[in-house]
Design a protein. Sequence first.
Length: 508
Amino acid sequence: MDSALFSLARGLRRVFQARLWSPEAFLLRTGRPYCMKKVPRQTLQSMIWPLGHPSVSLAPELDRWVEKGNRVRLVELQNIIRVLRKRRRYKQALEVSEWMKNKGKVSFMPSDHAVHLDLIGEVHGLAYAESYFNSMYEKDKTEKTYGALLNCYVRESLTEKALSHMHKMKVMGLASSPLPYNDIMCLYTNTGLHEKVPLVLAEMKDNGVLPDNFSYRICINSYGTRSNVDGMEKVLEEMEHQPQIVVDWNTHAVVANMYIKAGLSDKAVSALQKAEEKLDQKSGLAYNHLISLYGHLGMKSDMQRLWELQRLNCKKFINKDYTTMLGALVKLGDLEEAEVLLKEWESSGNALDFRVPNVLLIGYRQKGLLEKAEAMLDDFLKKGKTPPANSWGIVATGYAEKGELDKAYEFMKNALCVFVPNAGWQPNPKVVKSILHYISNERDNDIKDIETFLGLLKIAMPMDRDMYHALIKANVRARRDVDDLLKSMEANGIQQNEETRKILNSRC
């Protein structure tokens, strides 16, 4: 391995062992160079969006905005909440909603209560959502607010509560739109009861409620999931004959996906062609979805054709676009073209997001090209860009799979040195087990090395038997007392077993 990589890696370990995180570190600077153009008037939204990190509190910023004599318009606050929800930044959305309710000097409409209730359920849990619902005035308990509580039950997969609540809504005449029925269909989908979804669609129609696109789409999905192609096609045909429905690209894409899973490639291609006819030319999401499906079919030329169409019709490629195309190329095994695309991404000016290069790292790992993976990480380090834990973890896993446990150990150490809790990555337990066995039995380790490694590891995952055994072995070899370790192990609910006793007997 390039010595530069490990020297840089040792340096980053020293840095990250003492790292501190603060919300202020994520505030984006909004200064701009001097120019003669008129500076646009700042709006509430233009002030809010630069406060990008989810840990930043928005209420103080709203207070400051008002203190400066600025007006707060209801529609602006509602739009901010809508966008934050779309970006899954529910805590900030709830904060804005609470500010609007308590300080915004506006009267909450039932729709505002519904959004607020749903956000409470997302952030604080069901009990708080129920409490909020029960505290509302009866005049505010409309179809929207009842529907928001139903959505909370569905999100938690609480079938009995959801069905009971839905029954109450029907009795009260508050189930006149497709939304609550769609929620129940989602409930059955999420709990694996796909066969019940068509029954809900039938009930909806019997009750005089017209299904919408999503109603039909989730029913199509239920048949496809059960490999019932005939049932799926009948629902699609019915959908196409509904005057209130415009079958969009997404529906045809769902059908194409189900054909792919059923091994019906010709039908899948036909469905994708129909999806393209309905494609929103400005929607990056639509292009991503279809590129991915063409990738599953191995149709590289169609992937590239859509990629160039997207380049022509959309303002620019965002990181998600690059991730999708890279994933499709990696799936086809075309790593050379993926490398070219990654270089394009690096020069695009997009924000550094390691989820993009990680796609190619996974491709290298799958092909056993770990030297290339090392070189990529080395290149990022030399540019002053520190890869996150999951990037190092991908390469560690690759070396463990090849049986090169010394390198797997080194890369796992690098991963643990930059580990951030709750950031979406945890060490692969199987890889950790292999490394622990290696450093305990085969590698000539100083006890301090093992203690340091396990000290980092226990931040990322709870101590288990293998971790305790590695530490006990190291202490036994160093002729140290292990009584405290044994007590700690038992306090964590891990009793001594035959392997433990074998390690202890090796002291004799």
